[in-house]
Design a protein around this ligand. Sequence first.
Ligand SMILES: *Cc1c(COP(=O)(O)O)cnc(C)c1O
Length: 428
Amino acid sequence: MADADRTPGFDTLAIHAGAKPDPTTGARATPIYQTASYVFDDVDHAASLFGLQAFGNIYTRIGNPTCAVLEERVAALEGGTAGLAVASGHAAQVIVMQTLLQPGDEFIASRKLYGGSINQFNHAFKSFGWNVVWADPDDISSFERAVTPKTKAIFVESIANPGGTVTDLEPIGAIARKAGVPFIVDNTLATPYLCKPIDFGADVVVHSLTKFLGGHGNSIGGIIIDAGTFNWSRDKKYPMLCEPRPEYAGIVLHETFGNFAFAIACRVLGLRDLGPALSPFNAFLISTGIETLPLRMQRHCDNALAVADFLSTHPAVAWVSYGGLAGDKYHGLAKKYVPKGCGAVMTVGLKGGYDAGVKLVSNVKLFSHLANIGDTKSLIIHPASTTHRQLSDEQKTKAGAGPDVVRLSIGIEDKADIIADLDQGLRA
Ligand SMILES: *Cc1c(COP(=O)(O)O)cnc(C)c1O
């Protein structure tokens, strides 16, 4: 980056953002700072760190230099002001909501979400007194109708799991702005390579780093990105951000930290007190994965489109749900929000119903039958016999996991091999 005025491109940021050669050893790769704690220079230095008057490391539950590289990198890729890496995607969602909601408050969430998030919102969050109100992303006005004086946030996924569907972010963001609440977008399936939700009105972006950002199916992680766009002091609705903090000598986080106050609040209140810190080893693996994100995502998309094309005319297949397909219901939204491709994940309906789903997951050889997405390897699951088996048939169908449905996460192998494996599995 010789020219100081040049803004580095996305592919350059994926490799360099947040990282530099280690100043003490010259190590080119980011070291894994495998330490719980950090020595203070002197008593005054310790006092200023504990009082939030200086930035620095105290204890790895609150911050770690290897995790900091990951945080800066994803914040740069998303176009946010700051990030906070945590132990999992679910931990990111807990910390975001704990920073925004008091018991008895509400948040509005899209019905089309990762199944684990639907469970988390319906059960664990309810037990904390945070009440989810569901809205339908195919009927944008349902978000507007769901707003009440208790609403504190709106939550959607950009590309929604599991159906390969695309959410119309801009009008939902406008509803959040009108309601005076932050718009939170889970960008796990798209990644910032395909879509930058902040450009479409997101105030906070969350990720499961476990999926495409890490990219290799080897570590669990999550991240919160602060867009720096929300005015936390305007309506005094968010006490963690706009009221004096007794443990930090009465400072008001939004006054002191401005456009990265949300990321700071999540760290020095949420992560400090709830504790789901990311291990520096996982941060190292995930940052390394991100270096090849642009190459992998494009290959995921190109392979997935070829697979969706192949399956949509296969005699054993009733339907394919993938926004990348020209005839798909979500293709118009896909062209607007994810023009480079619609990601790796799709659902497929089999003419042979439940038994055909069980047979396909048993007969594939290259595909792995497991509960994950976003690996370099092609993955398959039959939700009705696994993740959704406890639901009634009607509930399964409502959740997009009817008896005939299989979910695919297309890897970056040779596409001819992926297609041949599905073909032999469907014919067997
Ligand atoms: C996997 C996933 C999560 C949860 O992340 P974990 O890292 O498994 O805790 C949240 N949202 C989406 C869209 C996911 O795919």
